[in-house]
Design a protein around this ligand. Sequence first.
Ligand SMILES: Cc1cc2nc3c(=O)[nH]c(=O)nc-3n(C[C@H](O)[C@H](O)[C@H](O)COP(=O)(O)OP(=O)(O)OC[C@H]3O[C@@H](n4cnc5c(N)ncnc54)[C@H](O)[C@@H]3O)c2cc1C
Length: 401
Amino acid sequence: MGPDIDVLVIGGGIVGLATAREILAGRPSTHLLVLEKEAGLARHQSGRNSGVIHSGVYYRPGSLKARLCVRGREQLLRYLGDRGIPHSLPGKVIVATRSSQIEQLEELLRRARLNGVPGLEWLDARGIRAIEPEVRGLHGIHVPGTGVVDYAAVCRAYAADIELAGGTVRTAAPVMAVRATGGSIEVRLGSGESILARYLVNCAGLYADLIARAAGASVEEQIVPFRGEYYLLKRERRGLVRGLVYPVPDPRLPFADVHFTPTVNGEVLVGPNAVLAFAREGYRWGAIRPGEFAPTLVSRGFLRLTRQLWPVGVREAYRSLDGNAFLRDLQRMLPALKRDDLLRGGAGVRAQAVGVDGRLCEDFVVARSHRALHVVSAPSPAATSSLAIAEEVVSRMPATF
Ligand SMILES: Cc1cc2nc3c(=O)[nH]c(=O)nc-3n(C[C@H](O)[C@H](O)[C@H](O)COP(=O)(O)OP(=O)(O)OC[C@H]3O[C@@H](n4cnc5c(N)ncnc54)[C@H](O)[C@@H]3O)c2cc1C
């Protein structure tokens, strides 16, 4: 008996759904199934993020991130317009509050220009105040094309496209085991059901490295979960910012740049920080899964990462536990901010791939194994870039399965 289906996609997050959609767009007769372990879509990174439509400022020119973010943003904006999904482009200001950050801010401007980010403007202190009257800084960059959207809504639209094109999205379907056999890939679900597929695409986010290795891929990267905790500006103080306001990122932990984001539903998110989580889906300090965390703790990559980054790790833990420390960092950019302007918000966990050398994996990574592709690293801006990542993944699939 042959395989039950042609392509099986693991993961009902934005990358898995965009990829499934793209496969069906190019090969409409494909018998395709998406498996998602949760009862609904976008329950992890894709539904627990800042909702920013990034422009492509930060990424190394020539990297996949730089290319796919700029292309993906354009594709996403067109898609949102076509589907009538609410979004806006309030623009962003990146602010240097210390003279030691100005060189890095200049480097960001250089990168952004090389990446083709449109409409950039270098600002002095007065220029910053003209755009964001409450924000103080020595210099800044205005990025007018930065936007916001609800990525869970985007996921629902992608899923509808998949169903319309004849694919199936199954929720509450956790993949427990993956085995590559000669002519197919066998996947066993939590229910005990077994499915045979001609080809597998692994977009399992926080679990992508484990699934990749189970399928026989020689993947050195390990996912280390970093929780990002948010505050919200209380309703009466939402007018403190007009658009997105970001600090110059700390190059040691670039994603810990706590910022202000006015969302599409009118709230203002403050955060996220970056705290080491003790479970891959550890949304609270108390969420500890020794079975998941212990292998990370003793891995070579993690030990090397800790040796390099422990001071930043301690700072982030302190900032998480002490709201005043969090506040002081923000007040450098926004002196009018007060402690009681901030309300505790939700959290997301980033799937940060770390190499055996302990280095944070900056770029998107797609690995190959027998009859399978694995999206091993899809950190921010993967939500912005989802349609372009999908094209990239599909371009790496064989012509026939
Ligand atoms: C705090 C935070 C803020 C962010 N802000 C932004 C932003 O503003 N802009 C931006 O562009 N990006 C942002 N990102 C990044 C972006 O959210 C992610 O890059 C993107 O959502 C990754 O999508 P994904 O589909 O790879 O992963 P996920 O959304 O995590 O999806 C993976 C899915 O796989 C499922 N799964 C896992 N294992 C199994 C299994 N065994 N069987 C079946 N299903 C399984 C999971 O349940 C999950 O639904 C942010 C991320 C975080 C955490």
